[in-house]
Design a protein around this ligand. Structure first.
Ligand code: ADE
Length: 230
């Protein structure tokens, strides 16, 4: 999968994909993340990217022309499955959406700033809008990093033990069960006996029970299927 990220702050996206699973995904050739600086597409001698809102009001608006030129240059190179705008007024991101997006070949993520982009960008170019939660960030870059990370680890062949993605919280609308490692007894704080038993069917049963208990306590909305918007 190839993901092109269009931003006016490319520096913010230098580190997130250089480590751990995202790094491995790229080394294995499963994921390519290309960050594009909008600045060279800016207008005039100062490469202007934003302007005052028609009708007045505080805050600048990102202009359509630089964004259109950048998106059209990308679209001339390949077909994109989705052109996604990161915005607090998009659909709230969740695991089922990450699963679905991980099946695509080419995605563009457009990061907003200031008061956002000229509405005509959304009308003419954007096919999907994603919010990573009900709070406002200073720009879409950190949201884009979250979306790429959540999608990237689901691409087949990225995780070593592929079943581990299936055991994550939210797959099956359940939170993950508690996990433990050595020592089995630390200051008298003991690991549940069943995990040391070697009885794998019983261990699986315990894990499922724990997942259900944990989900009921912490996220009963998941059990109601409220997150299932497929
Ligand atoms: N840009 C600003 N806030 C955002 C959010 N919550 N999700 C996605 N993009 C954003």
């Amino acid at each position: 999968m190839r993901i092109d990220i269009v931003t006016l702050l490319p520096e913010l996206l230098e580190s997130p994909f250089r480590h751990s699973i995202m790094k491995r995904a790229q080394e294995k050739g499963r994921l390519e993340v290309v960050v594009h600086d909008l600045r060279p597409f800016g207008l005039g001698k100062h490469n202007q990217l934003d302007d005052y809102a028609f009708g007045g009001g505080a805050g600048m608006v990102m202009m359509i022309e630089p964004i259109a030129n950048c998106l059209e240059a990308l679209k001339a190179e390949r077909d994109y499955d989705e052109i996604i705008y990161l915005s607090p007024d998009g659909q709230v991101f969740h695991q089922a959406m990450a699963n679905r997006l991980s099946l695509h070949q080419n995605l563009i993520l457009l990061c907003g700033h200031y008061k956002g982009v000229d509405e005509r960008v959304r009308e003419q170019f954007i096919t999907m809008e994603i919010s990573i939660g009900d709070y406002v960030l200073s720009g879409g870059e950190l949201a884009a990093a979250v979306v790429v990370d959540a999608i990237g680890r689901l691409i087949p062949g990225v995780l070593n033990d592929e079943s581990s993605a299936l055991l994550d919280s939210f797959q099956d609308n359940l939170l993950a069960p508690p996990v433990y490692t050595r020592p089995a007894d630390f200051r008298g704080w003991k690991v549940p006996e069943v995990l040391l038993s070697g009885n794998f069917p019983q261990i699986e049963e315990w894990r499922l029970e724990q997942s259900i208990v944990r989900t009921r306590q912490r996220r009963p909305d998941l059990l109601d299927g409220e997150q299932d918007v497929d």
